[in-house]
Write a protein that binds this ligand. Structure first.
Ligand SMILES: Nc1ncnc2c1ncn2[C@@H]1O[C@H](COP(=O)(O)OP(=O)(O)OP(=O)(O)O)[C@@H](O)[C@H]1O
Ligand SMILES: [Mg+2]
Length: 250
């Protein structure tokens, strides 16, 4: 059976001051996929994610997330999707557990169930030892890991991750990448990950999309895109080589 379509955009367009940031964008992500959402600075990736979450209104076109229109069903979409923004915000005066309790409250989850869950999630992201440390004293990597715990509180079916490894040390980045891989494998979570770290993206993505100037110029597995650009070859191309080829030709 063909997998369900989880994300779909149809001629999705967003203009700022008459200039298109997202320009007639069409792409699809299927259930169970990790989709690497790539493109240079200013390509329109974050703008796309905001529209998929119903946080920004398209100038034209439409999108569906789990079959729902994010503009009309913003609340339902937010319940299904865990969104890790470019800059995550926490309450510095609260500790890790208190921050997660706050998010659980916002999502209407009961205290009884959540305290156990919070403990499990802090363990999962490797913050068990820091559970009662004030978040103001967290390093960037610790905040990023806490961000993942926050995402997982509501058992999302889909994750939108905007640069989840930005500014992390190699060990921290590898942990996050492995965590994303295991969430996808073990919990069947569909993932849309935007990142400039092509090596990491290649390690976990089933397919990638390359967005340049608001348009998706390529979509597929790294192997299929390599074949399209370089022809059939013995050599295994890296995502970086494939990406640069598309980038240079636009
Ligand atoms: N609120 C806004 N007002 C005006 N222009 C905006 C706004 N948000 C984004 N833009 C413009 O839209 C374009 C796309 O920006 P966007 O943040 O979506 O890019 P991105 O692909 O996420 O880039 P990066 O890799 O740097 O995060 C850019 O030209 C940006 O300047
Ligand atoms: Mg961005």
């Amino acid at each position: 059976m063909e997998n369900r379509t989880i994300i779909q955009t149809t001629n999705l367009t967003r203009r700022y001051n008459h200039l298109p940031a997202v320009d007639n964008l069409n792409f699809e992500v299927k259930e169970g996929e990790i989709f690497g959402f790539l493109g240079p600075n200013g390509a329109g990736k974050t703008t796309t994610l905001l529209m998929l979450l119903g946080l920004s209104r398209p100038s034209e076109g439409s999108s569906r997330v789990c079959g729902l229109d994010p503009l009309r069903k913003a609340k339902e979409v937010k319940r299904l999707v865990g969104y890790l923004p470019e800059n995550i915000g926490f309450y510095g005066d609260l500790d890790a557990v208190q921050n997660l309790e706050y998010v659980a409250d916002l999502n209407g989850l009961g205290r009884g169930i959540t305290s156990k869950k919070i403990e499990e999630l802090l363990e999962l992201v490797g913050l068990k030892q820091d559970a009662h440390k004030k978040v103001a004293a967290f390093s960037r990597g610790m905040k990023q890991r806490l961000g993942f715990a926050e995402l997982l509180i509501k058992d999302p079916e889909v994750l939108f991750l905007d640069e989840p490894t930005l500014g992390l040390d190699p060990d921290g980045a590898i942990r996050i990448i492995n965590l994303i891989g295991s969430l996808n494998r073990d919990r069947k979570i569909t993932v849309l990950i935007s990142s400039h770290n092509l090596y990491q993206v290649q390690k976990i993505s089933h397919r990638v999309g390359i967005m340049i100037k608001g348009k998706m110029v390529a979509e597929g597995s790294v192997e299929s895109l390599a074949e399209e650009k370089f022809g059939v070859n013995e050599k295994e191309y890296s995502l970086e080589e494939v990406y640069m080829k598309y980038f240079q030709e636009v």
